[in-house]
Design a protein around this ligand. Structure first.
Ligand SMILES: Cc1cc2nc3c(=O)[nH]c(=O)nc-3n(C[C@H](O)[C@H](O)[C@H](O)COP(=O)(O)O)c2cc1C
Ligand SMILES: C=C(O[C@@H]1CC(C(=O)O)=C[C@@H](OP(=O)(O)O)[C@H]1O)C(=O)O
Length: 400
């Protein structure tokens, strides 16, 4: 069974991940991971933190001479911002509480920050987390709730992508909506997306819409506001039969939805047509079946590549909706945890939007879930064993 955990606080020393259950002899070079980490840091609308960080992976275990050993793989991605937060975030010491104020550099300006955070931001984990974990300092919650954690998931996703690529499977994303601006170009093939998307500052394929999206982000920034949006994750065609109809927790659509919903700020997931299927008659929704080139195929892909919780031989198509970033320069009303007094939150630094970055995280979590399902179906302890199992299965489908 492939499984992983991440650890690490946003301004702690590093974020880390441990992956267990990888087969031996999968080729991994640090560059495979660093490329994905750099993609996650990009996208128009991100804040000052991304200018400071330059995420690169440090592989601590499980890989030797660019090959997995079958033992647990451990990654570390250092937080460059740690240097500015050591006094506050150190595992030892007084957490900076002894000093009334510390001066740290943020966004090229020098600002004073009290070490203890007592003002919960609407839309973040601050209030619920502080009450649940009995914390007087919201920092003890926000540090782990932060989407900094997604750097670790993207590193794990890069390994999952490498595994899938050994079988010709690729996973990509693009932004289909940013705030109110919707891209007209939708439903494009994997190749059309793959060839263009990384050259775009918003990772969208629609040049006209992209200009409007950038303008929208600039306006939101000026107004001290933030934006959400929608990204789509698309794969090359998958072999039929990943996941299963027989038990609720084995259904691949449910598993993928959970993986995507677990990304910070994702509030909705659609498989294929998704919500748009609800108001159409069955004749306009269900993908008709034909047989060609020794393979059962569908005339359309409204199902998004999954029927009965299993891949049906087509490309996977999933959409995820991201809410606007909760930290706003424009103050929102809230109540101080200590004094219970109303205040209007003010902010030092934040992303205005992070939909293109969330898309890269979406690719990662989808790749991880697919790699898990792949190993369940074709599993083995070495790449050679998995390849044999895969080849046999594909052969048996053709023999039917
Ligand atoms: C890539 C990415 C970057 C994010 N950047 C910020 C940010 O700069 N400021 C912020 O308040 N929230 C940011 N978020 C969203 C929060 O982490 C998220 O809203 C918060 O953890 C609460 O979780 P929930 O929205 O899932 O309920 C970001 C999310 C992602 C995926
Ligand atoms: C650090 C990352 O994203 C962060 C996610 C985040 C949040 O609240 O989720 C808040 C911001 O952090 P900071 O308060 O340090 O500016 C983002 O920069 C990252 O993506 O690597």
């Amino acid at each position: 069974m492939l499984r992983y955990l991440t650890a690490g606080e946003s301004h702690g020393k590093a974020v880390t991940a441990v992956i267990e259950g990888l087969p031996a002899n999968l080729e991994i070079e640090p560059e495979d991971i660093n490329r994905e980490l750099a993609r996650r840091q990009g996208g128009y609308g991100r804040g000052g933190r991304m200018e400071l960080e330059n995420d690169t992976v440090d592989i601590l275990s499980g890989i030797r001479a660019n090959q997995t050993l079958g033992s647990p793989v451990t990654f570390q991605i250092k937080n460059k911002d740690w240097i500015n937060w050591q006094e506050i975030m150190s595992p030892a010491g007084d957490g900076g509480y002894e000093k009334e104020k510390v001066v740290i550099e943020k966004d090229e300006k020098v600002k004073e920050v009290t070490p203890k955070v007592t003002k919960p931001r609407p839309g973040h984990a601050d209030l619920a987390g502080s009450l649940k974990y009995d914390q007087g300092d919201i920092r003890n919650i926000l540090e782990r709730a932060s989407a900094r954690e997604t750097a670790a998931r993207v590193a794990v996703g890069a390994v999952a992508k490498k595994l899938l690529k050994e079988f010709g499977i690729k996973v990509i994303s693009h932004v289909v909506q940013l705030g109110p601006i919707e891209a007209e170009k939708q439903g494009l093939s994997f190749l059309e997306i793959e060839n263009q998307v990384d050259n775009s500052p918003v990772r969208t394929l629609d040049e006209q819409a992209e200009e409007e999206m950038i303008e929208e982000i600039k306006q939101a920034k000026k107004a001290g506001d933030s934006l959400g949006g929608v990204f789509e994750v698309v794969t090359t065609p998958l072999p039929v039969g990943l996941g299963s109809h027989v038990q609720w927790d084995r259904k691949l659509d449910g598993r993928l939805a959970q993986a995507l919903m677990s990304i910070q700020a994702i509030k909705g997931v659609e498989v294929g047509l998704g919500f748009a299927a609800a108001d159409k008659p069955g004749s306009k929704v269900h993908d008709e079946i034909y047989y060609q080139d020794g393979r059962f195929q569908h005339q359309s892909n409204n199902a998004g590549g999954i029927e009965g919780g299993m891949t049906n031989g087509e490309s996977l198509r999933l959409k995820a909706a991201m809410k606007p970033i909760p930290t706003l320069y424009k103050p929102l009303e809230s109540v101080d945890l200590e004094t219970k007094e109303e205040f209007k939150a003010s902010v030092e630094r934040s992303d205005v939007t992070a939909v293109p970055a969330a898309g890269v995280v979406g690719e990662a979590v989808v790749a991880i879930e697919l790699a898990k399902a792949w190993l369940e179906k074709f599993g083995g302890d070495s790449m050679a064993e998995i390849k044999r199992n895969y080849k046999n299965y594909i052969h048996s489908l053709k023999e039917r």
